[in-house]
Design a protein around this ligand. Structure first.
Ligand code: DON
Length: 567
């Protein structure tokens, strides 16, 4: 039955896709939108348009980030947010790189065992639904930090179009109609009063967000402190308290986004720049790519048995390390250089053989299950000056904790679930963790978000990233390999079917009905457990590729409403 519903949903999504997508290209399966100067690719056309218009007015990629991020909070409340957080990686016009961490933090009153009952057992839903699941939001601090350091346009020029969009409203897409309907029971459970999304919204309806517009107007007038110390902060804290949460004004006023040095590594003639802890994305991507570099994937073929074997085995080893070593670098020592060193990774792969699958229990131990796909959102921007940014932002689950502050007009995250609440107990992505990712006041929870920029021979090649929880890292990996090893266009690389392995559970997930049966059978014979039926959508990648002639090609994932806009 579940399978039937999933298939129907898939059909509906495809139909919706056909009706909604404007045909902009001669061959939209092969090539994405191609432009001369600048491009923004996001999960919603409205947000891409606002970002691109900021660039056309002479703003840079950082100005466009501020507008795009907040436009997603309006147009894509499923994951775009004021009540969440994220990561940004940049490479500027002279090749300087950096990263921004605006990840949520655990409240001051949080404790290591806050999601366990008196017997030490994990309390279901407490870290995912309602006020106790909420980490201190970082998004407003993040966008203002970016604007302060790199912005060129006045904040009013950037925010006014976003406020206008909130007032004018956003047209519901078919995919959005489905999502709103699906989460009705959870909205009712998490909220005391009815919320704007408790209506039977249908595709082509327009939802207006006047309360969110008011909040954004106050932020535009008073700056980032409005959210962390001002009237908005006070109203948010009152709301959280009313709903049984522990967030205080102290939590908000102490929050700061952090500039971080990205993880940088080489793969063939590529230089990959990705997010450092508290995201696991960069370290894991580096480990996987360096473990597979000695193997000739292009000779084995795209999604061929040997290619899938090598990638899966590297993923198995990297995710086992993720679980043990990674956490917030402000709280734990991470042996980052060692984990991505050639000698260490050679040793990690030394027991791999094409003859037989390694068992995850031989790499480490545990039995867990992956639950379902949830949402985050990624966008990529390259401007007319040559600055590139890659940003992934999230509420964690779909609509976060489902707790919606009607007084301010936004959802609150459920990022606390990304901590390891109890060693060996999986979070909603089936990821298990250890002491390095245990809960502590003001600590940031470990993430898989992998905003990434790639250079080739010293020149900018790509900005790429995706939502998808634990599947983020492996989706970014496959997109880069599709371009580099298998000569795909950006759009083909995004479209191509994906698979995923994360050490535990010991199975390889495949996007349904998209892999060669012979390949699946041969993998099974080699000892790989495969799963096609219940596999969620694996990633929803957005990226931009710099073509040989300097033009930009967008890759906007048709698994969503994603759209590239540029000029
Ligand atoms: O930070 C993380 O890794 C998760 N909170 C991301 C959640 C996510 O990607 C959900 N999307 N599908």
């Amino acid at each position: 039955m579940k399978k039937l519903i999933f298939l129907c949903a898939l059909l509906l999504l495809q139909t919706a896709c056909k009706q909604e997508k404007p045909i902009v290209l001669a061959d939209e399966n092969k090539r994405g939108l191609i432009v001369e100067n600048a491009m923004v690719v996001t999960a919603r056309e409205e947000a891409s348009k606002i970002g691109s218009a900021i660039l056309e007015q002479g703003g840079n990629a950082f100005d466009a980030m501020v507008g795009t991020e907040l436009a997603l909070a309006v147009a894509y409340p499923y994951a775009g947010n004021l009540g969440g957080g994220g990561f940004m990686v940049y490479r500027n016009t002279i090749g300087a790189i950096g990263g921004l961490d605006y990840r949520e933090k655990a409240p001051l009153a949080s404790t290591k065992d806050m999601y366990l009952d008196e017997n030490g057992d994990f309390i279901p839903n407490k870290s995912t639904l309602g006020a106790m699941a909420v980490g201190i939001p970082g998004t407003i601090a993040g966008v203002f930090a970016v604007h302060k350091k790199f912005g060129t346009l006045p904040i009013e020029t950037i925010l006014q179009p976003v406020i206008d969009l909130a007032k004018r409203g956003v047209v519901v897409t078919y995919k959005q109609e489905e999502r709103i309907a699906k989460y009705q029971p959870a909205f009712l459970k998490a909220n005391k009063d009815s919320i704007i999304f408790n209506k039977n919204w249908k595709a082509n309806d327009t939802i207006k967000y006047p309360v969110l517009a008011n909040t954004l107007e106050r932020i535009m007038a008073n700056g980032r402190d409005e959210f962390y110390k001002g009237e908005t902060a006070e109203r948010l804290v009152r709301f959280m308290k009313d709903n049984g949460g522990i967030m205080t004004i102290d939590d908000l006023s102490k929050y700061e986004a952090q500039w971080r040095t990205p993880v940088v590594f080489e793969y063939d003639d590529l230089r990959v720049i990705s997010m450092s802890p508290p995201s696991s994305g960069g370290v894991c991507l580096a480990q996987i790519m360096k473990m597979i570099e000695p193997y000739d994937l292009s000779q084995y073929g795209h999604n061929a048995t040997k290619t899938i074997q090598v990638i899966t085995e590297a993923e198995r080893r990297a995710y086992a390390d993720r679980s043990f070593y990674l956490g917030d670098p402000d709280f734990v020592d991470i042996p980052g250089d060692k984990l991505i060193s050639d000698s260490y990774l050679e040793g990690r792969m030394s027991n791999f053989s094409f003859e037989k699958a390694t068992r995850s229990s031989d790499v480490s131990h545990g039995e867990v299950q992956i639950v379902e796909s949830n949402e985050t959102t990624h966008y990529s921007i390259i401007d007319q000056f040559g600055n590139a940014i890659s940003v992934t932002t999230t509420l964690n689950g779909a609509y976060g904790s489902k707790l919606y502050c009607s007084d301010l007009g936004f959802f609150l995250n459920n990022e606390m679930d990304d901590f390891s609440s109890k060693p060996g107990v999986p979070n909603m992505f089936g990821l298990i963790g250890a002491e390095a990712n245990s809960i502590a006041p003001e600590k940031r929870m470990l993430s898989s978000m992998t905003p990434t920029i790639v250079e080739k021979n010293g020149e900018l090649l790509m900005s790429v990233g995706t939502p998808g929880g634990s599947t983020i890292i492996t989706s970014v990996l496959q997109t880069i390999l599709n371009v580099h090893e298998f000569n795909m266009t950006m759009q083909e690389a995004v479209n191509a079917p994906r698979f995923h392995h994360q050490w535990l559970p010991d199975l390889v997930m495949f996007e349904p009905n998209s892999f060669d049966r012979k390949v699946i059978n041969s993998l099974q014979q080699l000892g790989y457990q495969t799963n096609e039926e219940n596999s969620p959508v694996i990633g929803k990648v957005d990226g931009i590729l710099v073509l040989k002639d300097g033009k930009l090609e967008g890759g906007a994932d048709r698994r969503g409403d994603d759209t590239a806009i540029g000029f």
